[in-house]
Design a protein around this ligand. Structure first.
Ligand code: NAP
Ligand code: ZN
Ligand code: ZN
Length: 347
């Protein structure tokens, strides 16, 4: 077994604290990765706090992992020692169902094996994430990282990046399309960059005007504060596509009214409460409401290659792991520009 150092929550809402544990020795197709950086996703906070239910403790969060391959199993063909690699939100899936066969492992019908707070395919080994110094992952679930961009700024692409790239490309954001991004946090800020690079007209809908200057620098064409009721009058029927990244409950009906005929709103933010939906918001302009979960391995690699080509990185604040609990508090106050990334050498 491989001895690993990390930070874990011992129970729901407990502060994260140092934690030592073991990972398996590499099997035939496994690579061992020395983790260099790990992004902090709002999902980590939902799960540490058991906000969605079903959390498993002790929990080492982290699913925006980049590092360097330090060892490979005998059957590994895709990676070699020294390669710069990434691991996102899942580390395995059934590999047989129609979703897996289509490269949509995140929608595996038997359930993907999440990078942490999940179960390996053996049904008994709990997975632990990237707030740690090493991880062992099957090569088929490992991504090749761009080498032309700052390594630490790439970590959040593994979740936030693909979570926005997937719906933006699926719903064909591009020239002539008006795209609204609701919530300018970790997901939202990378969504602005990707939608802009795809050639769409991008509007940010943020709860106040405080991030207006930043949004323009990130590539947004327009910016509106949702705290101002006039925003909902001005933008009525305006968008072809809205991606909602907000982590708390919002009034979906008032955002649906901002869609044009046949427009689509995609939920990617996952609040901890249920929300109500009025049929009029949909039927009055044949609107669509959908949701989207991260992205498959093939699509994640495509997103990384797209970001490499377009020089897209995340705006990050690098922190030592000792500051992780403070970072959680700041994320809850929307006080992050725009993603915290843990420097794992501080472990
Ligand atoms: P984040 O960095 O905290 O950003 C969320 C943004 O939502 C905030 O910056 C803020 O933007 C806005 N917001 C937060 N609370 C709000 C409130 N009470 N009212 C109005 N706006 C509010 O979080 P994140 O990491 O981007 O994650 C966002 C959500 O997506 C989380 O629920 C997370 O679990 C989920 N997620 C889903 C997927 C998926 O695959 N579907 C993947 C990753 C994460 P403004 O300041 O601009 O208003
Ligand atoms: Zn995430
Ligand atoms: Zn499957």
């Amino acid at each position: 077994m491989i001895q690993v150092k990390g930070y874990a929550a011992q129970k729901a809402s407990a502060p994260l604290a140092p934690y030592s544990f073991q990972r398996r020795d590499p099997r035939d197709h496994d690579v061992v990765i020395d983790i260099k950086y790990c992004g902090i996703c709002h999902t980590d906070i939902h799960q540490v706090n058991d906000g969605w239910g079903g959390s498993i403790y002790p929990m080492v969060p982290g699913h925006e992992i980049v590092g360097v391959v330090s060892e490979v199993g005998p059957g590994v063909t895709r990676y070699k020692v020294g390669d710069k690699v990434g691991v996102g939100c899942f580390v395995d899936s059934c590999r047989k169902c129609s979703s897996c066969q289509r490269g949509l492992e995140q929608y595996c019908q038997e359930g993907m094996t999440t990078t942490y707070n999940g179960m390996e395919r053996d049904g008994k080994t709990v997975t632990q994430g990237g707030y740690s110094n090493k991880i062992v992952v099957d090569e088929n679930y490992v991504l090749r990282m761009p080498t032309n961009l700052a390594f630490e700024s790439l970590a959040p692409l593994l979740c936030a990046g693909v979570t926005l790239y997937s719906p933006l490309t699926h719903w064909k954001a591009g020239p002539e399309k008006k795209v609204g991004i609701v919530g300018l946090g970790g997901l939202g800020h990378i969504g602005v960059k990707i939608a802009h690079a795809l050639g769409a007209e991008v509007t940010v809908l943020s709860h106040s005007l405080s991030k207006q200057g930043d949004a323009k620098k990130l590539g947004a064409d327009k910016f509106y504060a949702t705290s101002d009721p006039k925003t909902f009058e001005i933008l009525k029927g305006y968008f072809d596509l809205i991606i909602n990244t907000v982590s708390s409950e919002i009034d979906l009906n008032s955002y649906l009214d901002l869609l044009t005929l046949d427009g689509t709103m995609v939920l990617v933010g996952i609040p901890e409460t249920q929300t109500t939906l009025g049929a009029f918001s949909l039927v009055s302009a044949r609107r669509n409401l959908s949701g989207s979960l991260i992205g498959g391995i093939k699509e994640t690699q495509e997103m990384l290659d797209f970001c490499s080509k377009h020089n897209i990185t995340c705006d990050v604040e690098l922190i030592p792991i000792q500051k992780v609990n403070e970072a959680y508090q700041r994320i809850l106050k929307s006080d992050v520009r725009y993603r915290f990334v843990i420097d794992i050498k501080s472990l």
